[in-house]
Design a binder for this molecule. Structure first.
Ligand code: NDP
Length: 332
């Protein structure tokens, strides 16, 4: 792979120029740029600059509102509803998370629903923001139907990521963020671009036969991770992020889409919980004994450590050269 070195400042500048040149206003550009730069900073390669051409396609087709102003309603104290105004999810998340955190801190637990928005990013930033407030956070979204329920060969589920963050006072939070597909669709696209095979069990071709060729899986279906157990979690995400939120299931998102290659419309479910109000004042010390046991086992590492280690580096990031060229061309 031919790459170009870009500092995080250069990534920020390029993203800002391209989004602004394509009609995204300041508020939405700021939120999207933060999302892209944090993804590149932490090594979430499939959800940083890689997503920028899709964002631009959806601005150019007029599908997404680059001037969206998320609206918050909070009639029930523990239910924060954010209408994304047909815009990208980061602006809706940034508007809603402080309200969700305040509610959870006073009530012990609160949920947030985001509707009418387009999510195309990793989920850890929103749950990590809750953990930064001392809260337990959970988030999930539906996507396009790329994934078959276990035992079938017909796409119904999205790759349906689920993220969870656990605060650790005085330390980095423990953060899990994973697609419920055997592999995130962005990772399949990256493997196809790099000409790499993917592990057996990742997907089926368009005839329902097992394959390790990512190009064939893109034409066929992805499998859920972990057989019927992962399939059950993907199903739960559909019900939380679409059923409980009152927005599109993955199959409805794609039916509503114009096929421009950008994100599809849908909802997001978030939950925040204040551990000291739910578990009691000793919760942090109690949980540290668990983490000590975990760390004492040779072999495993905690989820999130790779990203948090990447975050420490101020070195330029190595970005696919063809992608950078494509993004630079989108400035006009
Ligand atoms: P990975 O399989 O790379 O990682 C999943 C989780 O497992 C991460 O928390 C990761 O932590 C952790 N992990 C990985 N390897 C190990 C290990 N050896 N030991 C312990 N923990 C480990 O992620 P996915 O490919 O499933 O998902 C990638 C991203 O795609 C996610 O950020 C997700 O939100 C995003 N996504 C977004 C979608 C959207 O439409 N918005 C759709 C689908 C996915 P670490 O990061 O530290 O490695």
């Amino acid at each position: 792979m031919s790459t170009i070195s870009l500092t995080l400042e250069e990534i920020e500048r390029l993203s800002r120029e391209v989004l602004s040149a394509n009609g995204c206003d300041q508020l939405n550009t700021d939120a999207l740029v933060r999302t892209i730069v944090t993804a590149e900073r932490d090594g979430s390669d499939s959800h940083g600059l890689f997503r920028l051409p899709g964002y631009i396609a959806s601005l150019r087709s007029g599908k997404v509102n680059g001037g969206a102003r998320p609206r918050i309603s909070n009639d029930l104290p523990a239910v924060i509803k954010v209408d994304g105004d047909n815009g990208y999810a980061p602006a809706a998340i940034e508007a809603g998370v402080p309200v969700l955190a305040t509610a959870a801190k006073s009530l012990g637990i609160a949920v947030m629903t985001i509707t009418n928005s387009y999510h195309f990013a990793a989920l850890w930033p929103e749950v990590e923001a809750l953990a930064g407030e001392g809260l337990i956070g959970l988030a999930c979204v539906t996507t396009k139907p790329f994934v078959t329920p276990a035992g079938g060969a017909e796409a119904l589920f999205g790759t349906n990521p689920l993220a969870f963050a656990w605060p650790r006072p005085g330390k980095m939070p423990m953060v899990i963020d994973m697609a419920t597909a055997a592999m995130a669709h962005g990772e399949i696209q990256l493997a196809a671009r790099e000409g790499e095979l993917v592990p057996p069990g990742t997907g089926l071709d368009e005839n329902g036969a097992a394959t390790t060729d990512p190009g064939e899986i893109i034409k066929g279906v992805l499998l859920p991770f972990g057989g019927y157990k992962g399939s059950a979690i993907a199903l739960m995400v559909e019900l939380l992020a679409a059923g409980a939120v009152g927005d599109c299931f993955s199959f409805e998102s794609v039916a509503a889409d114009n096929g421009d290659g950008g994100p599809t419309i849908g909802g997001e479910f978030m939950l925040a919980m204040a551990p000291e109000l739910v578990a009691g004042p000793d919760w942090a010390d109690h949980c540290e004994t668990f983490f000590q046991r975990y760390d004492a086992i040779e072999g495993p590492r905690l989820p999130g450590l790779r990203r948090h280690a990447n975050r420490q580096s101020t070195a330029p990031r190595q970005i696919n050269a063809e992608l950078v060229g494509r993004i630079q061309d989108l400035r006009r």
